[in-house]
Design a protein. Structure first.
Length: 360
């Protein structure tokens, strides 16, 4: 699966092929996972977001949000330039740059929407050609990690370390847990794995484009490349506007083309007299970040004192137990005062209130 360990494994492959010292291997390994440290900034943003204006929050989100600036090409270039100035080692600089960019690209080519070209392009996008649990990426990226863990366990057994001492032993410079990488053990294997990984990651977006083009021609429909998300190896979830009132949501795969599909109403129950509340919810959401809803569905419920507009993505119907399109934004408008509150729900769970400065 694509996670921090996967990025670490690819960094180790790059370091092994580059033939670096143990110290340099550690630097490259850290560079490979560095973008994911933006969770620290993201946690800080969450802690202070209620005290910020809407404009300030949006500006800081681009910088501090998870998979935002620290997952951009510009950030990778800045860090690589710093490594070059500090280390004055071209081989190490190239390896560090490749490690960071591999992290950015691997996240971009999987299911996550990002802004890799921020600040030049602020619109979120994704290639979305490789599933989060892709077996090729998972196996290749974890091989060097497993190797290091096995070697460390073997060394640790011989040293008789336990508990905290064992963890401390991992961090000590005297530990040889990177010795196999830095001494060139399995370098030929790692080089071949890195080649296969690179080819797989470069060809997968092309294969996805061929599949979408084939389905578009056969079914005479228009499918958005970016909004077709991988949901399992070789299978994608997509949608398009069928008419003024409905979306068509479907899955497609390399071996069967379009599989199951359904039609989802844009406005369940109709818009009627409450269209102004729907439009207001739409305007509020479009001014917020991260704006992950591509095919908005607005469901209206009414009480004596309020109108509730629930915003979800049409693809929710196929992703009830999936990490994407699992959110619903609930806008509760007071009929008398025109005030409102917003809640976010995941997988139908109780709504969590959101600060209003997220929206205006």
């Amino acid at each position: 699966m694509v996670n921090t360990l996967s990025h670490l494994g690819i960094g180790l492959l790059i370091a092994s092929v580059a033939g670096l010292s143990k110290r340099q291997v550690r630097i490259v390994a850290f560079m490979a996972i560095l973008p994911d440290l933006d969770f620290i900034l993201n946690s800080l943003l969450i802690a202070i977001d209620q005290n910020l204006s809407h404009q300030t929050y949006n500006t800081l989100y681009y910088i501090m949000g998870h998979r935002e600036f620290m997952h951009s090409v510009l950030f990778a270039l800045i860090v690589t330039a710093y490594i070059n100035l500090k280390e004055r080692d071209l081989k190490l600089t190239i390896a560090c740059g490749a490690a960071i960019l591999s992290h950015v690209y691997l996240d971009y080519v999987t299911s996550w929407k990002m802004r890799p070209f921020f600040p030049f392009i602020t619109e979120a996008s994704t290639i979305g050609a490789i599933d989060f649990f892709d077996p090729v990426v998972t196996v290749i990226s974890l091989i060097p990690v497993v190797y290091i863990l096995v070697e460390h366990a073997r060394s640790n057994k011989n040293n008789g370390l336990k508990g905290i001492k064992r963890f401390h032993g991992i961090l000590k410079d005297s530990n040889n847990w990177f010795h196999g990488i830095s001494s060139g053990n399995h370098r030929t294997l790692y080089r071949n794995l890195l080649i296969v990984f690179t080819i797989w990651c470069l060809l997968s977006p092309v294969a996805k484009a061929v599949l979408i083009n084939h389905v578009e021609i056969n079914d005479e429909i228009d499918i958005d490349y970016q909004n077709s998300y991988p949901i399992s190896p070789g299978k994608f979830l997509s949608a398009y506007v069928h008419n003024e009132s409905h979306y068509r949501v479907f899955t497609l795969s390399y071996w069967a083309g379009i599989e199951k599909c359904t039609f989802v109403q844009k406005y369940p129950g109709g818009r009627g007299e409450y269209i102004e509340y729907i439009q207001r919810a739409q305007t509020l959401y479009e001014g917020s970040l991260p704006s992950e809803v591509d095919y908005p569905v607005y469901n209206v419920s009414v009480s004596d004192s309020s109108v509730t507009v629930t915003l979800s993505d049409a693809r929710n119907v196929f992703s009830q137990h999936w990490a994407y399109f699992d959110r619903e934004y609930v806008f509760v408008f007071d009929k008398d005062t025109n005030d409102y509150h917003v809640y976010v729900k995941r997988h139908g769970q109780n709504g969590k209130p959101l600060p209003l400065n997220h929206f205006e």
